[in-house]
Design a protein around this ligand. Structure first.
Ligand code: AMP
Ligand code: ZN
Length: 110
């Protein structure tokens, strides 16, 4: 989608630090990390949020990409977060899964 920063990252039109890629997804480092490891996993195809994803293949591919990224980076303990909608803190309207690791992550998060 035009003017979508994450579409541009997926198409490699703007630089990012890619850590994983497959047919359906890419994963890259968050610009403003909230943990020593903070990676975003996105579908190559544009969906504004989880609410717009209508393809179970993409649903599965996103979680698979999280698992494969963790495996590639040798990370066993991590948190996966999807903010859906402004009221839940979503700022970029191209669905992304946050992967956080590298420090103790308390639960409940508060
Ligand atoms: P959210 O609040 O869930 O929409 O998260 C958006 C995330 O995207 C934030 O953690 C930002 O730091 C991150 N972000 C925004 N632009 C970029 C970018 N160009 N490259 C990497 N991460 C980005
Ligand atoms: Zn997009």
């Amino acid at each position: 989608m035009e003017n979508c920063v994450f579409c541009k990252i997926a198409k490699k039109e703007i630089p990012s630090n890619l850590v994983y890629e497959d047919e359906y997804t890419v994963a890259f480092n968050d610009l403003n990390p909230q943990a020593p490891v903070h990676i975003l996993v996105i579908p190559k195809k544009h969906y504004a949020s989880l609410n717009e994803v209508d393809d179970p293949v993409i649903m599965g591919a996103l979680l698979n990409a999280v698992k494969e990224t963790a495996k590639k980076l040798n990370i066993s303990d991590y948190r996966t977060v999807i903010n859906t909608g402004k009221g839940a803190g979503q700022e970029v309207f191209h669905i992304h899964l946050h992967m956080l690791a590298g420090r103790p992550l308390k639960w409940p998060p508060g």
